[in-house]
Write a protein that binds this ligand. Structure first.
Ligand code: UD2
Ligand code: MN
Length: 269
C-alpha cells in the first residue's frame, strides 16, 4: 500500500468511531497542550505562531475527527499553533466568511499570531511535508482534494483551506460579511487577494493532497443565489466590508483540551 492510501485508510478507521478517537486524542495530547488546544514546541523556537480557524456549526462528528487528527499533523510542523472553532449560534443561514473574520479578531485578542489558517472542518491534509504555515504570498492549502480526484476543480479555486499572514489579512480587510449560504465566499477571498496585487502560492500536488470527508449539504447552508461576480462580490466596497465592519456578539469562549470554541451570533451586516 502506498503512503497516500495508508493515510486515507487511517482516516476512514478513525471516522468509524470518532468518539473513541476523540477520547484517545484528549488522553494523548492533554499533557503537552495548553488549555484551548494550544501547542508550543519545546526543543526549538517556533518560526511562526499559527491560529487555525475553523468556521463551524452542527458537524460534531467531523469536528471530533478533525481535532483528533490535526494535532499530530501540526506538531510535525514544529510551529506554535492553536485551534479555534468559531461556531455560529445565529442567524439561521450559515456565513462561513463572517466566521473567518470573527476568528481572526478573537484569536488576536488572545495571542499575537502572525499566521492564520482558515480550514474546513471536513478536510484533512494527507502529507506532513505540506507546510501548514504562512508565506509572503497567500497560500492555498486545499488545492488537491480527494473530492475532486486530487485535481484543482477549476482555475482560481481557493476553497477548503488557505494560509494568510496577519499582515495580508489586514491588507485585504479580511473577508466579506455578505455571503450567506453556500458558495462564492472563497472566490471573493481570491478576488481580495488580487485586489491587493498579491499572488497565490500552492504547494506541489504530490505533497498538497487532502481528504474531504463525504457529506450531504447542510440544512442551514442553502446555495447562495447571489454567489457570483456582480452580486455580493463588490471590489469597490472591499474597504468598507470586512474585518473593519463586522457586527457580532460573542456568546462564550471555552478552552477545551483539543481546541478553543468561540460561540457567536452574527449581527446584521
Ligand atoms: C466548499 C469549499 C469550502 C467553501 C464552500 C462554499 C471544498 C472542500 N471546500 O465546501 O471551503 O468555499 O464550498 O461555501 O471544496 N460548515 C459547518 N456547518 C454547516 C455548513 C458549513 O460547519 O452547516 C463549515 C464546515 O467547516 C464546512 C465548511 O463550512 O467544512 C464548508 O461547507 P461545506 O463542507 O458544506 O461545503 P463544501 O464541501 O462544498
Ligand atoms: Mn465540505
Amino acid at each position: 500500500m502506498d503512503a497516500l492510501s495508508f493515510r486515507v485508510k487511517a482516516i476512514e478507521r478513525l471516522s468509524k468511531n470518532s468518539q473513541l478517537a476523540y477520547a484517545q486524542a484528549e488522553h494523548i495530547h492533554k499533557e503537552v497542550l495548553k488549555p484551548g488546544g494550544h501547542w508550543t514546541p519545546e526543543e526549538c523556537a517556533a518560526r511562526q505562531r499559527v491560529a487555525m480557524v475553523v468556521p463551524y456549526r452542527n458537524r460534531e462528528d467531523h469536528l471530533r475527527i478533525f481535532v483528533s487528527y490535526m494535532h499530530r499533523f501540526m506538531q510535525a510542523q514544529y510551529l506554535e499553533y492553536q485551534i479555534f472553532v468559531v461556531e455560529q449560534a445565529s442567524p439561521d443561514v450559515f456565513n462561513r466568511a463572517a466566521l473567518m473574520n470573527i476568528g481572526f479578531l478573537e484569536a488576536l485578542k488572545l495571542h499575537d499570531f502572525d499566521c492564520f489558517i482558515f480550514h474546513d472542518v471536513d478536510l484533512l491534509p494527507l502529507d506532513t511535508r505540506q507546510p501548514y504555515t504562512c508565506f509572503q504570498a497567500p497560500t492555498h492549502l486545499g488545492a488537491y482534494m480527494s473530492k475532486f480526484s486530487y485535481q484543482m476543480p477549476y482555475d482560481g479555486f481557493f476553497g477548503g483551506a488557505v494560509a494568510l499572514s496577519t499582515e495580508n489579512i489586514k491588507q485585504m480587510n479580511g473577508f466579506s460579511n455578505l455571503f450567506y449560504g453556500w458558495g462564492g465566499e472563497d472566490d471573493d477571498t481570491l478576488n481580495r487577494v488580487l485586489w491587493r496585487n498579491l499572488t497565490v502560492h500552492r504547494h506541489a500536488q504530490d505533497i498538497g493532497k487532502s481528504y474531504m470527508i463525504k457529506h450531504e449539504k447542510d440544512e442551514g447552508n442553502p446555495t447562495n443565489p447571489n454567489r457570483g461576480i456582480g452580486h455580493e462580490m463588490k471590489p469597490d466596497q472591499y474597504n468598507r466590508n470586512g474585518i473593519n465592519s463586522i457586527k457580532y456578539i460573542k456568546q462564550s469562549t471555552d478552552l477545551n483540551v483539543l481546541y478553543t470554541r468561540v460561540l457567536v451570533s452574527i449581527g446584521e451586516n
